[in-house]
Design a protein around this ligand. Sequence first.
Ligand SMILES: Cc1cc2nc3c(=O)[nH]c(=O)nc-3n(C[C@H](O)[C@H](O)[C@H](O)COP(=O)(O)O)c2cc1C
Length: 420
Amino acid sequence: MPSTNHTLLITGGCRSGKSQYALTRFQNFSGKKFLLATAEALDEEMTGRIKRHRQERGDDWTTLEEPLKLDSIFQKEPSPGSLIVLDCLTLWVSNMMIGKYSDEEIFSRTDQLIRSIKQYPGTVAVVTNEVGSGIVPDNAMSRQFRDLAGHINQRFAEAFDEVVLLVSGLPLTVKQGMPPSEKLQSMETPHAFPETEKQGVYNAIYQRRDMRHFLPDPIHPKILGRILDAAHHAGSVGFMQPWNFIVIDDPAIKQKVYENFKQASTQGAEQFEGEQKELYLSMKLQGILDAPINICVTCDSTRMGPNVLGRNTMPETDLFSTSCAVQNLWLSARAEGLAVGWVSILEKEQLKTDLNIPQHLQPVAYLCIGHCDGFYREPMLQSKGWAKRLSLEELVFYNRWEGTAGEFKIVLPRPPEEPH
Ligand SMILES: Cc1cc2nc3c(=O)[nH]c(=O)nc-3n(C[C@H](O)[C@H](O)[C@H](O)COP(=O)(O)O)c2cc1C
């Protein structure tokens, strides 16, 4: 697939400013510009409208007219780096309906058109209409048209890089695209998740927060099961799966752990001085009693015996593996809308005693889990001024410690804006 392909869907109601948006947006487009019109001048009104549109566009646009076989235009007109604005998709749908195409045929042509557009070595903007917002049409054909247009719009929106909704002349980006210059060939692997699923994964990653404020509402047992299973699907050295999960809801046990925290935190505060100490003491660093569920994730170094594939030279990989399980749990909980807070301000031996953890096991993470009013928009330690996210650029080296990039090409994303 060409690396310069960029696809934009412009949608909105009638006279919402869609065509104008396309013209303005691509006013300074440096390559060849094609307007692919699906309208046919079958009556006077349409003839006048087509003429008016041509005048508005100006001479730098080449008009192509094709009511039905749009697919062929994208296949035979490839002019690398050019722009095709297809105006509009809904007329194409009605042209097919008038041509008595079956729904199946229309959907199959839609998928073929999307494939051809995605192969096009340039920019493609498709103008369509949101026709489904009003009352239900009173006749079957209009209802069929409304339904087809809605489903087809969805297919385009799913496949396209960017979607803009026009409301009273104002553009609202409903799906953010990536500029073609930033698109890399390797990003277009056929094994990638569909765009919305991919976005879901990144949402979980970027919107995961360490939480210390919880609501008392119980967690549904099925959801608890799902997040534990997500944890259990983490990678582990030699497939060792060294973890156990102690799920705690007993207030008496929680109270013991909380006492442990209080003591450890008082000692912890002593490590700091002045304003930093004050700030430390002002921050809520746990939600042990508030969260309906606490989970202690442990690591059993003896699991699978003395010889674990891959662990001989780095025995601590059992702990790394357990941390991977914790991260899985944390992300899956975020996707489920549940807050997780990791508490490490605990005296380890005391925790083992309070939870009856056998001596040869290590508690790796003590997690508070529950519902919340809302997720912090940025790490609490950042919003309180304790620490800031470091620049990724300064943390990435090339080939050796502190090695610089040279010809190496990595496009680091712009630092995600915080708060999200
Ligand atoms: C190993 C580990 C131990 C942590 N221990 C605590 C803790 O005892 N108390 C606390 O408030 N946060 C704790 N955190 C949460 C971090 O403060 C938090 O992850 C960090 O500030 C970044 O914020 P974010 O997780 O919301 O992105 C811990 C996190 C990790 C990974």
